[in-house]
Design a protein around this ligand. Structure first.
Ligand code: FE2
Length: 387
């Protein structure tokens, strides 16, 4: 746990069913300009969510331009193209309507519109020169937390590698959290993005950069997410559970952006960069093994996480409670239909050396609960593949 830390959340958060219909009014409080550049993807647009946001903006007097070229595991060239279009449109505000890929893309589009190409010039921490065109984030999944974080993870398509841009200026200025946007989210996406949110909470709580503020958010997020996840997978129209997932996901985002993630994300980003694996699935396949590895270093925190998830740890030692957590994370993952690592497309054991090396080089590796080196990553990759 850190002894020196800060808490800086520049995002205004508005939560409630139907909230996205107020986007236009809230946008007028953010900018005097009336040119809104909407970043979305074809699936979200087809679901009618983008149109509802656009109508709200038009009603408030905005002239809108739609950019829907975002793909899963967003690509650098799509962000650079979006930045160019936003520049030509002279956008006053960037409005992201979608999941993590869309919101991360919108952040970099705002960055590139304001300061120009290439994206790699801003790779790493604190490389953004200053304020950006303001970003409004409207998540349509309960998972990413990107609506309240200061980072964007984008695929560098020349190196087949995920790069992170981390800077407080990248944080959206407004997050419109409307659980209604998730009512029709397909089961697979509900499960994988929900697991991503749960991983954010667990990694934020157990990582070396945790602090009392991030702990409070992470524990509250686990309390909401863990029981609600199987419910929304079973019945996507359960309003109470959808709402809990949305709120828990925002809290988990605040938690990890003020602490960090750890080895699960390092591995997930490595395979996401190489194989284009969906981020939530990539996280899920490594979560139980990494939890088992980490729990040896800090069984008390893992036992506390188990209790926050609602597991019955009565009469269990911290070590036993940690093992229960590991088992239950594997069970919940299987129960909601997450595939095994060995069943994912393209996975090839010959890549494991490379994947272990890339995971070790990830900036969040040093935040992991337990010191972790390339050989540890290699063993986790092999164990997950063979299990
Ligand atoms: Fe994540």
């Amino acid at each position: 746990m850190l002894s020196r830390y800060g808490f800086h959340l520049p995002t205004r958060i508005e939560i409630g069913a139907g909230m996205l219909r107020e986007t236009g009014t809230m946008a007028t409080e953010l900018t005097t300009g009336r040119r809104a550049f909407i970043v979305t993807d074809p699936g979200v647009k087809a679901a009618g969510i983008t149109g509802r946001v656009e109508s709200s903006l038009i009603e408030a007097g905005f002239n809108c331009c739609l950019y829907q070229a975002v793909k899963p595991n967003p690509k650098d060239h799509d962000c650079e193209k979006g930045g160019e279009e936003a520049r030509q449109f002279k956008a006053d505000v960037i409005v992201a309507v979608g999941g993590g890929s869309v919101i991360d893309s919108a952040k970099t589009i705002a960055l590139l519109q304001t300061y120009g190409d290439p994206l790699t010039a801003y790779e790493g921490r604190g490389k953004v020169p200053g304020a950006l065109t303001p970003v409004i984030a409207i998540p349509t999944t309960a998972g990413t937390g990107s609506e309240v974080t200061r980072s964007a993870v984008i695929n560098d398509t020349k190196r087949n590698l995920k790069i992170s841009v981390k800077d407080i200026n990248l944080t959206p200025r407004l997050a419109v959290i409307d659980p209604e946007t998730t009512y029709t989210l397909p089961v697979g996406l509900t499960a994988s993005t929900g697991m991503d949110a749960l991983v954010h909470a667990i990694e934020a709580y157990t990582c070396r950069k945790a602090n009392p503020f991030s702990d409070a958010m992470a524990l509250a997020a686990m309390e909401m997410l863990y029981p609600a996840l199987p419910v929304v997978v079973e019945n996507g129209r359960d309003k109470t559970a959808r709402s809990a997932m949305m709120t828990g996901s925002v809290m988990a985002g605040i938690a990890f952006s003020h602490a960090d993630v750890g080895a699960v994300h390092c591995l997930a980003e490595a395979i996401g960069g190489l194989y284009d694996t969906a981020h939530g699935i990539a996280n899920s396949v490594f979560l139980p093994s990494v939890t088992a590895f980490n729990a040896e270093a800090d069984p008390e925190r893992h036992a506390r996480a188990a209790r926050a998830c609602g597991l019955d740890t009565t009469n269990l030692s911290p070590e036993e409670a940690s093992r229960l957590l590991t088992q239950q994370l594997a069970s919940i993952s299987a129960a909601i239909g997450i595939p095994k690592f060995s069943n994912l497309d393209q996975v090839n054991p010959q890549d494991f050396e490379y994947l272990a090396e890339i995971s070790e080089q990830n900036g969040s590796s040093e935040s992991n609960c337990r010191p972790i080196r390339k050989n540890d990553y290699l063993k986790i990759l092999q164990d997950c593949y063979n299990s």
